[in-house]
Design a protein around this ligand. Structure first.
Ligand SMILES: [Zn+2]
Length: 92
């Protein structure tokens, strides 16, 4: 994960952290005070991105085969209701 902006999953405020954070550095939401280690934050962001990409692919596939008699895409994607940390830059 390079230059992605980390946002608080609760208030969508840009998180504050040091430049070039180490895994044990703190990431803090300036609005609600949510605070986690950088490696935990990255885990949450990665889960969010993975789910968002899966949803995007599923939507694209569903659209592509909509008129097909032979193919069917099940709506299997169920988003998690909340993430502790998210990002605006999904790269999709
Ligand atoms: Zn917050």
């Amino acid at each position: 994960m390079s230059e992605h902006t980390i946002l608080c999953g609760s208030c969508q405020s840009p998180a504050k952290t040091v430049a070039n954070p180490e895994p044990y550095d703190k990431v803090i939401c300036p609005d609600c005070g949510r605070e986690d280690r950088f490696d935990d934050v990255m885990g949450s962001v990665q889960k969010y991105v993975t789910d968002a990409v899966a949803k995007s692919l599923n939507d694209t596939l569903a659209k592509a085969v909509r008129s097909s008699k032979f193919l069917k895409v099940e709506k299997k994607y169920r988003p998690q209701s909340s993430y502790r940390w998210i990002t605006t830059e999904l790269g999709i």
